[in-house]
Design a protein around this ligand. Structure first.
Ligand code: MSP
Length: 503
């Protein structure tokens, strides 16, 4: 049986149109999911939309629509983003779906019957933009730590006994050192928990756009308890038949932005422990993009639209840039000049050019036929051919550690070595005096391009497919393991098309 792998994105608030930040998180998950499929895992890759809460209710009102009409409309924009960026999610959950509502009620009842929920009254600060409660000592200059405006809330509320889980959480972090990544976030979470946890208000009565609390019509669930539960709903937690749930839960990775680490690394594991459910294996919190040095925000009018970017530069170009430019986990600054630079130098001049020159030479000089696999290679050939083959486990580790930039850097070292090899071996000279050797050199290069393109499928799927199609590689030989099967050669190819136009 294949090993299983479950990966999730945050579910996105539908009060906003999708921007580059949303595309970034889902892209990281898409690359991991595609890589794991190549490595023969049975993958479940989930994304979706977070459609309840005060923020969405207000946005609907401002648009003159009923909440359900508004969310039906806006969640489509997020679905469109999936196509636009070539994302390969297996499922898309909306929190207004019946099966999600049932899951929320199921976990609520479990928490209640386990004695972890009690009714009281909440009085304190609430930031609608963050959908989060804050105590007096967290307020900075009259605002939430994120800068979001806060309002004073006083209402009856159900509470989750979060304080009871403080010690258990600390023990869990201690014995699961890889639970929170990167390390700096782990330290931040641990010191937050050590500073003392207060019980958490988990229901609201002052508005109605949410999941109803079972047996108490006046309350709706706090939107974060509702939202986090999506990870269970999507794998059929509410179904009687729990085969799918047992197969995929717990998740292998919840990918989130650093802004929502507390919800995922503190509240979520506490809810799960309290409901006797297994905990996810890893929470990875990545950094934030700024735009030419400025925080991206609607009010500054500098939101980067992924649809426009893809339209202007191409899908694979954007996918490559976002993951190559900034070490995953760090903050990054989006600069158009840098984007153009990466496209021209890495994609067009290095990878594109390698493919173009090698295939053209074969087309012109080898009777449009990839040379037959030679029986003798010299050391220079073998060094190139083996450079990817011998480090497959290293690539696996880099994906498991979310080091996308290093993964790409390593491949580009091979690409640049291959370009150097072309210059050193000078097949155009061999054409005049040693045809046999010319064929070995061109074979070595095509074989290297084949391996590189197999490894690049998760990152630039369209281009990798174009190349593998051009090389007539059968679909069942595009897996990670297939890197080891050396080409046989001796088949016709067509003349190459340009892969990445220079900008
Ligand atoms: N609905 C909640 C998540 C619930 S998960 C159970 C939420 N949604 S959100 O629409 O605000 O999206 C949050 C995610 O979008 C962030 O965690 C981050 O992954 C991504 N980003 C939003 N803006 C971003 C940047 N400027 N840069 C990078 N990613 C950012 O929070």
């Amino acid at each position: 049986m294949k090993p299983r792998f479950y990966i999730t994105t945050p579910i996105y608030y539908v009060n906003d149109v999708p921007h580059i930040g949303h595309a970034y998180t889902t892209l990281a998950c898409d690359v991991i999911a595609r890589f794991k499929r190549l490595d023969e895992y049975d993958v479940f890759f989930l994304t979706g939309t977070d459609e309840h809460g005060q923020k969405v209710e207000t946005a609907a009102k401002n648009n003159g629509l009923k909440p359900i009409e508004f969310v039906d409309k806006v969640s489509k924009n997020f679905k469109n983003l999936l196509n636009c960026m070539n994302f390969s999610n297996d499922s898309f959950i909306r929190t207004t779906e019946e099966k999600h509502i049932k899951s929320c009620q199921k976990i609520w009842e479990k928490l209640l019957s386990n004695g972890n929920i009690y009714l009281d009254k909440y009085s304190g600060w609430y930031a609608v933009r963050d959908e989060a409660f804050f105590s007096e000592n967290e307020i900075v200059d009259g605002k939430a730590p994120s800068g979001a405006p806060v309002e004073w809330v006083e209402e009856p509320s159900y509470f989750f006994n979060l304080s009871k889980w403080e010690q258990k959480l600390l023990e869990f972090y201690e014995s699961n050192k890889d639970f929170i990544f990167p390390k700096s976030r782990r330290n931040e979470v641990i010191s937050f928990v050590k500073s003392g946890l207060k019980d958490l208000s988990i229901s609201r009565t002052s508005f109605s756009w949410g999941v109803k609390v079972p047996n108490d019509e006046n309350h709706i669930m706090y939107v974060w308890l509702d939202a986090l539960t999506n990870y269970l709903s999507a794998c059929e937690y509410s179904k009687e038949d729990d085969k799918f749930f047992k197969k995929f839960w717990p998740a292998d990775i919840h990918m989130v932005g650093k802004d929502i680490i507390r919800f995922h690394a503190v509240y979520w594991p506490a809810f799960l422990m309290a409901a006797d459910l297994p905990l996810p294996k890893k929470i990875f919190a990545h950094g934030w993009w700024t735009n030419e040095g400025n925080k991206i925000s609607k009010s500054l009018g500098n939101v980067i639209d992924p649809f426009q970017l893809v339209d202007k530069y191409g899908i694979d170009q954007i996918r490559y840039f976002l993951l190559r430019e900034v070490p995953f986990g760090n903050d990054g600054d989006f600069s158009n000049a840098q984007l153009v630079n990466r496209i021209n130098s890495d994609l067009a001049n290095n990878y594109g050019n390698l493919f173009q020159r090698v295939i053209s030479m074969i087309f012109k000089n080898c009777n449009e036929t990839i040379p037959l696999k030679p029986n003798k290679f010299i050391q220079e050939d073998l060094t190139l051919i083996n450079s990817i083959k011998n480090s497959l486990n290293n690539y696996r580790d880099l994906i498991d550690e979310q080091k996308f930039d290093l993964y790409l850097k390593n491949i580009w070292i091979v690409i640049s070595n291959a370009n150097k090899y072309v210059d050193e071996q000078a097949p155009w000279t061999l054409k005049k005096n040693n045809l046999e050797r010319m064929e070995v050199v061109l074979f070595t290069l095509v074989e290297t391009i084949r391996q590189i393109s197999i490894l690049l499928q998760p990152f630039i799927p369209d281009t990798a497919k174009k190349i593998l199609d051009h090389l007539k590689i059968p679909h069942d030989q595009r897996k990670l393991q297939s890197v080891d099967i050396i080409l046989n050669g001796d088949f016709k190819i067509s003349s190459p098309n340009q892969l990445f136009p220079r900008i």
